[in-house]
Design a protein around this ligand. Structure first.
Ligand SMILES: [Zn+2]
Length: 291
């Protein structure tokens, strides 16, 4: 006969007496979630009676220019009207609903199958060719113009009147793509690392220089859009999809939604900033990105 191990009765009694307290705490947490929903940051992501739509994927599509059928695209960022219709038909067939970036701020009200269609730069063909197709399909899309191009009435870009008309239709939302930072800095010879594109900080740029060149530009794009359209923009599209840590605080303060260009499906549970986007070209069928 081996020796029996003594039972630590005092320990067991201590554990048992703590259990009702833990149970009560869990019950209180459960009741709180039931009453007030579950929040992520400042957004409600689950509420009783509402499906947790935040968990469903959100494909974000990036287009730029539209040309009439029969014309050939000069660059990969241009699609024909026919390709756009093909894509829109596919979205209809698969039961996906186009939403706007401002809709993302209330994720519980989003449709289960949704897609965010975006157009960068603000080309005039967005008004002459894209807008009639949006009206025909009843589709919504986000246009992020280079705001300075609109202010300077640059040929080939939309006018303020055209942007106002599209925004008033409710089918189009206007975001920012900077005021005048949509260019690449020349690359210094033999130093590929010293390269600053779009909003990126230049090597050795002082705080003052960065403030004037980049931060003031971002603020100006926001202010001009607000003045001309009577409503503040919600979304910022990073030029070349390149972020800059020194500009992040301002961009996040001005724009609750922002868009990059790395290819993936957006996960709203992670937030609405720096969402991935898929570039749609003549050669990319939509089933690659939208299910
Ligand atoms: Zn662009």
């Amino acid at each position: 006969m081996g020796e029996e191990t003594p039972i630590p009765t005092a320990e067991i009694r201590k554990t048992l007496s703590a259990q009702p307290l833990a149970g009560l705490g869990l019950f209180a947490l459960f009741a709180f979630c039931l009453l007030f929903g579950i929040r992520y940051g400042d957004r409600v992501i689950w509420k009783l009676g509402i499906e947790p739509r935040i968990w469903d994927p959100l494909p974000v599509l990036m287009y730029h220019s539209v040309i009439p059928d029969g014309e050939s695209a000069n660059d990969a960022m241009t699609v024909t009207e026919g390709k756009l219709r093909q894509d829109f038909d596919y979205i209809l067939e698969t039961g996906n609903i186009p939403v706007l970036s401002r809709d993302l701020l209330d994720p519980v009200s989003l449709p289960k199958k949704r897609v965010l269609i975006t157009f960068d730069d603000g080309y005039e063909n967005n008004y002459t060719l894209l807008y009639p197709i949006l009206q025909e399909y009843g589709f919504k899309a986000l246009i992020c113009p280079i705001v300075g191009k609109i202010d300077s009435s640059d040929p080939g870009f939309c006018t303020w009147d055209q942007l106002r008309e599209m925004a008033a239709s409710g089918l189009v939302e206007i975001g920012s793509h900077t005021y005048d930072l949509h260019h690449e800095d020349p690359q210094p010879p033999n130093n590929p690392k010293k390269w600053a594109d779009g909003i990126q900080r230049r090597p050795k740029e002082t705080d003052g220089e960065f403030q004037t060149r980049v931060l003031d530009d971002l603020q100006k794009s926001y202010d001009r859009l607000t003045e001309e359209l009577g409503v503040s923009p919600v979304c910022f599209a990073y030029p070349y999809g390149k972020a800059e840590k020194d500009a992040q605080a301002l961009i996040d303060a001005l724009f609750p939604v922002s868009l990059m260009t790395w290819e993936d499906t957006a996960d709203l549970a992670k937030g609405t900033r720096r969402l991935p986007r898929c570039t749609v070209t003549m050669d990319s069928p939509l089933f690659w990105y939208v299910k």
